[in-house]
Design a protein around this ligand. Structure first.
Ligand code: FES
Length: 165
């Protein structure tokens, strides 16, 4: 797929790093600090590349393997930058049986990227998700906080156009 974002090297900034230091100071020594620090750190940097995972490991004094294990275990953590609009197509059972995979295929075709990738212009990224908790609306897709239910592949282009405008 040619439209996907080429991932640029991670660049830190003094402002972001100062926020990161504040987060570490707030959570260091607190039970469950690793997940909390990773969540807040992802809010600061947008994603958790290896460079950031290393910063967290060093700051909290935990092995990098442990940080990596947590980042890859929880689906809300991402090691690649997400687009301005992050699209989640639910592949939980209810959505799956109502045709979610055809919706996901259409999103991939429209954007020219695969799940876990971001478009070159940085506008869209796609992730697959398990049950979003609104199975009555199956199949369901979200674009950031906007929820679209009872979807057919035909509706996908129109929805994406709203965000391109
Ligand atoms: S299975 Fe998709 S919302 Fe529950």
């Amino acid at each position: 797929m040619k439209n996907k974002l080429e991932i640029l090297p991670f660049v830190d900034s003094p402002e972001k790093h100062a926020k990161f230091d504040e987060v570490v100071a707030e959570y260091k020594g607190v039970e469950g600090a690793l997940v909390q620090v990773l969540k807040k750190t992802q809010e600061i940097y947008g994603y958790l590349p290896l460079e950031v995972q290393t910063m967290v490991a060093e700051a909290l004094n935990v092995p990098l393997e442990e940080v990596y294990g947590v980042v890859t275990f929880y689906s809300f953590f991402t090691i690649k930058p997400k687009g301005k609009y992050n699209i989640s197509v639910c592949l939980g059972t209810a959505c799956y049986v109502k045709g979610a995979s055809a919706v996901l295929e259409e999103v991939k075709n429209q954007l020219g990227i695969d799940v876990g990738e971001t478009t070159k212009d940085g506008l869209f990224s796609i992730q697959d998700t398990r049950c979003l908790g609104c199975c009555g609306l199956a199949p369901v897709m979200t674009v950031n906080d906007d929820v679209y239910g009872k979807l057919t592949p035909k509706e996908v282009a129109g929805i994406l156009n709203k965000y391109k405008a």
